[in-house]
Design a protein around this ligand. Sequence first.
Ligand SMILES: CC(C)(COP(=O)(O)OP(=O)(O)OC[C@H]1O[C@@H](n2cnc3c(N)ncnc32)[C@H](O)[C@@H]1O)[C@@H](O)C(=O)NCCC(=O)NCCS
Ligand SMILES: Nc1ncnc2c1ncn2[C@@H]1O[C@H](COP(=O)(O)OP(=O)(O)OP(=O)(O)O)[C@@H](O)[C@H]1O
Length: 204
Amino acid sequence: MSDCLSVGLTGGIASGKSAVSQRMAELGAVVIDADLLARQVMEPGTEGLAEAVEAFGEGILRADGSLDRPVLGRIVFGDEAARERLNSIVHPRVRAASARLREQAAPGAVVVEDIPLLVETGQQERFDVVVVVQAPEQERIRRIVEDRGATEQEARSRIDAQGTDAQREAAADVVLDNSGTLQQLQTQVDELMEKLTARAAARA
Ligand SMILES: CC(C)(COP(=O)(O)OP(=O)(O)OC[C@H]1O[C@@H](n2cnc3c(N)ncnc32)[C@H](O)[C@@H]1O)[C@@H](O)C(=O)NCCC(=O)NCCS
Ligand SMILES: Nc1ncnc2c1ncn2[C@@H]1O[C@H](COP(=O)(O)OP(=O)(O)OP(=O)(O)O)[C@@H](O)[C@H]1O
């Protein structure tokens, strides 16, 4: 791993992290997606799901035994103690899964970890470069409501469960501005990846 370039990517909910990581992957980066891992460690039959049922009850399961995500979301967003309990079940498992993926990366690779709560969980020090995507809060709320069918209240409770733009910016080496078009975002990512790829190649 010491011969990869380790990049942490974060940003508030619906800021555009996935758009950035997708473009980085197209340009050759190895992308590790914490949201995806957080789903995998809660699949039916996992210890993670069993612990969550112990903590929150059978009511978080659908009839087929899988996690009812909207139900658990309604429990944890708006109740800090419940959220911390869920985080303590999910986060250690996500970190272990992500460490296994990192070890598989080839020397000289740009390895990007997309972690919504990177700053909140104090992980900035373990990356060579921390990239933060910023977008106006009003625009993020609009995306959550329009694209994901959430209410404005649900969108706000998720935003309130996260750190602020200022906290993320303080931890950032690079800030990507996603207040414009996706094309404008992509242009910034392309410029950044050119630099990151050169830095990573020097380590191979
Ligand atoms: C509560 C759950 C089941 C709701 O699932 P749902 O499908 O509605 O949301 P999804 O997982 O796609 O998350 C969407 C976004 O919500 C935000 N979010 C998710 N979990 C959290 C959390 N614990 N604290 C703050 N924000 C969060 C992130 O920005 C994330 O990208 C799910 O979010 C979950 O298991 N969360 C705990 C794990 C976690 O912290 N994941 C995010 C980082 S690894
Ligand atoms: N500049 C933009 N213009 C228009 N739509 C955008 C822009 N950036 C992102 N989007 C759209 O907004 C939504 C959220 O973006 P994306 O999924 O990349 O955010 P995210 O930070 O990964 O979200 P989450 O925290 O929920 O994982 C997506 O539907 C995406 O296509």
